[in-house]
Design a protein around this ligand. Sequence first.
Ligand SMILES: [Zn+2]
Ligand SMILES: [Zn+2]
Length: 344
Amino acid sequence: MKRARLTAIEELTFEDVDKPSPEEREVTIEVKVCGICGSDVHTFQGKHPFVHPPIVLGHEFSGVVDEVGDRVDNFRPGDRVTVEPNLPCGACYNCRHGRYNICENLQVIGNVGYDGAFAEFITVPADRVVPIPDGITYDQAALIEPAAVGVHGVRASEGEIGDRVIVFGAGTIGLSILSSVRAAGAKQVVVSDLSDYRLKIAEELGGDVTYNPSRSARDLEDLVLDTFDGSKADIIYDCVGVEETINEAISVARKGSQIVLLGVPEGNLNVNMAFLQDRELEIKGSLMYVRKDFHEAIELIHGGKFKVDKLITHRFSFDELERAFQLAIDETKMGEKMKILVEF
Ligand SMILES: [Zn+2]
Ligand SMILES: [Zn+2]
């Protein structure tokens, strides 16, 4: 079978290797579709803080069960599946308390310590495999993982029905938040992003008001007060993670509200902590997901509440993986791409 290894920065090498066989409690999956994630792009460019080549990337994928180990009785060859790519240790404090997404010894398929799905076949522990319903396509199923990130972010927050929400960043995660928070009963959602192209998709997915700080004459606080009848935001999701958005979030957060951080900040940020103290604001991190977020994400997509097809802008064949990554890193194409899928 063919497998694409990132052998050096911006260097993908196709390897010809034996198809992997499952151990007792493993499942071998024939990969159908694998999405390119922002973290894959960072690793590809050598910008990821702790993932470096050589590694086989790819953790947002769907496929068909090809073979199961002797002690696997809940999957059969032919089953349509996706995979929850986190590999928790099961023994640390957080694992023992159900928060295995923040396991002290976390490994992640295609990311940390385990080769990923830019390969024709992949073998994974059976307990990481999640069945997908017939009504979901393989393309859609490759977006279950990023959708679960959004579901987890909303669940991690103290949001309530009727909340007025701001989402910073209309990339895949921001749009997952938008759809999740809508399904959870938010009254109004404002989405901010530097790309009009992304904001248009946000509108199609149910964003009430969109805001482009690079083009708007008014400041966000003004727009928020206008939109939310004189109030600031009940809850804010930052899917960007830079100084500007976090400080902006603090300025438009209602006193006593919560800012959930899903964007990955680079280095130390200069953030106004005095407002945090004075307004009893809370900043809370959100990382990955646990299994119930995966199931919820599947239901959102299956039930049409998260129209993931609107996010899919490009499809490449596995042979064209190099081209797919070149498009992913091309900053001049920001205005025309969202989720890039690789099909096998
Ligand atoms: Zn991802
Ligand atoms: Zn653990």
